[in-house]
Design a protein around this ligand. Sequence first.
Ligand SMILES: [Zn+2]
Length: 273
Amino acid sequence: MPSKLIPKDHLKEMAPKNKEWFEKYKTKTPSYYTNIQEFLEFCAYKNDKYISQLDKTDIDSYFKTLKEFHAKPPTIHGRYSALSDFRNFLHALDSYTFDEKYLSAILDYEQIEIKKPTIKKALSLTQVKYVREYNHLSAKSVKDEYIFELFFQLGIREIDLVACKFPKNKSAVVEEFIKKVPKGSIKVGTINSYLQRITNHLKKIGLYDENGRLISSGDLTENHEAYCLQCPNCKISFENIPENWVLTRTESDQDFRLYCSHCKGVPNVNGSH
Ligand SMILES: [Zn+2]
């Protein structure tokens, strides 16, 4: 708990109308009310807005000050949860005064700072399609495609992508992506901001609704498991799309088998045997 955000002699009373809403919240939700009281008193100290007029700037200012007061991550986390709960409470109580957009910035905050998923979840093929389209059109398309495709095609960990530790056998497509981006230019922050952008993009077009969960690099590596196969001959992984695969019979084998369309099951291509 940080020390008081507002100097004691500057503490203003909440406006009576604000107090009314606060009292309703206090009665129904006793767990968070001290946090909300702090937020409302802070807002009253900064400006005299009516509660329904509070917006992103108030939230920004509140969290900025909390951080200046060296609030620890669990404290910040608690405040996000409290504010989000307060917002939902008011919206449920009076969706006309407190519409869908009311303090919705708090939901974005939660996404950025709280919900780092631990369970990996591959994207659906529709999501993959739209993320690729986004990558292609993005202002940062080279880096965006690099991040997405290397996770997808290689299934490597984030730490290895940042350190450029790639498997020995790689497809020509992957080699191309690697050539385009200077070594060391993808940092953890680059990946995080990319993940945030594709989460927002999918949300915006109605293809992602995971209650504030951010798409993780683990999800992208999970795509590799879901949609790539390793060629039994050259041991390189390729996406499971027709141009990468052929059904063929080798000299030593009676059966038709699936091989990548690059080595076609011929021994000694790319060091295979
Ligand atoms: Zn092959």
